[in-house]
Design a protein around this ligand. Structure first.
Ligand code: NDP
Ligand code: 8X3
Length: 251
């Protein structure tokens, strides 16, 4: 039976690549983000392969999240796969120099937004006794690096929520797992460094970073395992990376 995936943060990077990969593999899509032009372009492109519906909302706003989910037309209202992907780092500063608006953004989007979307979609999965939730964590949720403080805290929270969700949903028929990437070349660093293109590009210079397609391929592998197989927690890094602070770069 054709499945439907709900992907947050589908307008860029990992979410966008996952949408493309899913479409090429026959999974219908509900694509979410705030940039309408990008949602429209994706609908136009991927609509040639599968059924696509787009939702424009800010995951920080719990009323908007619920309204968006409630607005889904009947043919998209059964969500089989939830990819909790929307998120970013905002700034990279010591704790003493950190910007409190950046802290709010990271905790409100990466943690609370993920919770709001999950809260809106889990009841229907529980009622149907099926569903698959993939939480996109990070190596930053497994270890902390200098100046990563609040971003790492937000991703450690995703790690905890992933474990807690899996426990609370045990026995409901819903699978819960996390995919935790290391360095992936997306718009992530452009957002983190607030449009400083050179600083963003430097993050991925001198080694072969992961591409969003690499993560999309892994996510598709995770969601296509037989029902009794749940990939609970997966960490993936570029070969050149050994930890958040150890990357072999050719200079
Ligand atoms: P991108 O910046 O390329 O994509 C981020 C996506 O999140 C965009 O589609 C953006 O859409 C969406 N988004 C951001 N804020 C909001 C918001 N308030 N409401 C709704 N949507 C929002 O980054 P990545 O693809 O790299 O990041 C995706 C996930 O992967 C994040 O959770 C990130 O933490 C995680 N990750 C990234 C790694 C990396 O090295 N790149 C490594 C490990 C994890 P729009 O702006 O249209 O709303
Ligand atoms: C993104 C990976 O190392 O830039 O989550 O924090 S890192």
């Amino acid at each position: 039976m054709t499945k439907t995936a709900f992907i947050t943060g589908a307008t860029s990077g990992i979410g966008k690549s996952t949408a493309i990969h899913f479409a090429l593999n026959g999974i219908n899509l509900v694509l979410c983000g705030r940039r309408q032009d990008r949602l429209d372009a994706l609908k136009e492109e991927l609509g040639k392969e599968v059924q696509v519906y787009t939702l424009n909302f800010d995951i920080r706003n719990k009323e908007s999240v619920q309204e968006a989910v409630d607005s889904l037309p009947k043919e998209f209202s059964q969500i089989d796969i939830l990819i909790n992907n929307a998120g970013n780092a905002h700034g990279m500063d010591t704790i003493q120099d950190g910007n409190t608006d950046d802290w709010d953004a990271m905790l409100d989007i990466n943690v609370k937004g993920l919770l709001y979307v999950s809260k809106a979609l889990i009841p229907q999965m529980v009622a149907r006794k099926s569903g698959h939730i993939i939480n996109i964590g990070s190596t930053a949720g497994k270890e902390v690096y200098p100046k990563g403080n609040v971003y790492c805290a937000s991703k450690h929270a995703v790690d905890a929520i992933n474990q807690g969700m899996r426990m609370d949903l045990n026995g409901t028929g819903i699978r819960v797992g996390a995919v935790n990437p290391g360095l992936v070349e997306t718009e992530f660093s452009n957002v983190r460094f607030k449009g400083d293109e050179e600083r963003a590009a430097n993050v991925y210079k001198g080694f072969k970073a992961l591409k969003p397609e690499d993560i999309a391929d892994i996510i598709h592998f995770v969601v296509t395992r037989p029902y009794h197989v749940n990939i609970a927690d997966l960490v993936v890094m570029p070969t050149a990376q050994a930890s958040s602070t150890m990357v072999k770069k050719d200079v």
